[in-house]
Design a protein around this ligand. Sequence first.
Ligand code: COA
Length: 532
Amino acid sequence: MTVLASSLDTAGPDYAAHRAAMLDKLAALDTEHAKAVAGGGEKYTARHRARGKLLVRERIELLLDPDTPFLELSPLAGWGSDYTVGASLVTGIGVVSGVECLITANDPTVRGGASNPWTLKKAFRAHEISLANRLPSVHLVESGGADLPSQKEIFIPGGALFKHLTRSSAAGIPTVAVVFGNSTAGGAYVPGMSDHVIMVKERAKVFLGGPPLVKMATGEESDDESLGGADMHARTSGLADYFAVDEPDALHTARRVVARLDWRKAHPDPPPAAPPAYPEDELLGIVPGDLKVPFDPREVIARIADGSDFDEFKPLYGTSLATGWARLHGYPVGILANARGVLFSEESQKAAQFIQLANQRDIPLVFLHNTTGYMVGKDYEQGGIIKHGAQMINAVSNSRVPHLSVLMGASYGAGHYGMCGRAYDPRFLFAWPSAKSAVMGPQQLAGVLSIVARASAEAKGMPYDEEGDAALRAMVEQQIEAESLPVFLSGRLYDDGVIDPRDTRTVLGICLSAIHTAPYAGVHDGYGVFRL
Ligand code: COA
């Protein structure tokens, strides 16, 4: 039997404390998500409605099949910056006419839907997801183009938006643009580069230069409609393939266009799967508030894997890392989960072997992070920890099966890399509110800085300022702690979102389904050289 037995004491004080701490973090996260949903705030929302327009999320809702989920991506983009949380763009994966699509939609209530540096990063990430998973993309367009005060950050790199659209098309991945309003200057190339274009009557404004600019450039008198209205583009320029009489008609037309794509997934859907044997709700009470306290990731696996079935590989070897086979919503996966923080040589080699097995069998991998990194110290260095960590990083880097990462707790140092951190291109990466990620823990980093400063003072023959040291350590610790938090990292697009632990199985299920739209295969022609 490989069904996990749980030893989580749901009546005990630890469980209650962990759950309370997680619920506090989730409440704080809700407040941040609410900022993204509020968009430009009451004034601009009311004005938008008074113009008879739908809000960005209402547009998405009408586009999607009724009662299907929408996995919103990077909702906290721009958090901690001068820009509105969410970065004036909503992106995500949703089902349109039975087809999983990547959706991007400008929020015109936020500075006219203009794109700032975070908007751009978010749009680029959405494109990556569409391309890697061969998801058709639907773009709901209404934007003031470049956010003019930050133009220096976006004008030059921003051109890639249009390149991405046409490269998707070249790769055979359909692109659909639905224009609800302003889409001028560079923005005109969104419909310009898309396979299918729908424009809303008397609302769409698609021109390279508006009437004032045309007047300045050539002296010609013109108006919005004759320069770039839906009617003109549908009848005269031919840029619009479909003329929609209003917003619901445009969204209905987009659904029709997607239905006609006859889009087929590379892999058939798996048969219905058994739910885990333990309630997903209990995922709230597993991670301790203090990440120095270890927890057993099998308690997490028992609440996300089909039937809580986890067939463990090498359970007696390298016990700080649990590896094994499971199914998630019917999809076979290999899971690597940190069990006690530190990665030693045995764990690293076990991981490298396991990743190679998954590649031989074409099985996607799920990485559940709670690691403080690879073990340091004389014995471990002499024992070859660098070589063994390198084997794991080689295996992760060159693996070609899709990877999914979830940061549950700590994700520090090179452990973040070995466990397929953001720089290792997992197809998707999500964090729990309990996660923390940095080059090392805040206390350790502050301590290292202090030792270095002390040594530097000694080398110069100067006395060391002990009082200043305590203040420096406290300040650095606070700064690194703040920079390790998931909302901060999510704001910088270092993950695809911070999720409620209870949603993990659903989120991973949506991702696995999206992943199986594209063909994939593991490494069958050899890895790079493993240092032995
Ligand atoms: N960059 C920075 N801020 C912008 C912006 C842009 N491209 N477009 C709009 N905004 C700001 C406005 O200044 C305004 O701010 P305020 O309320 O603090 O004064 C807010 O966003 C809303 O704009 P507003 O013009 O009131 O909204 P609207 O819905 O009536 O019109 C646009 C929206 C996009 C049609 C109009 O703002 C516009 O033409 N913007 C400039 C477009 C442009 O030339 N972009 C460069 C193309 S590359």
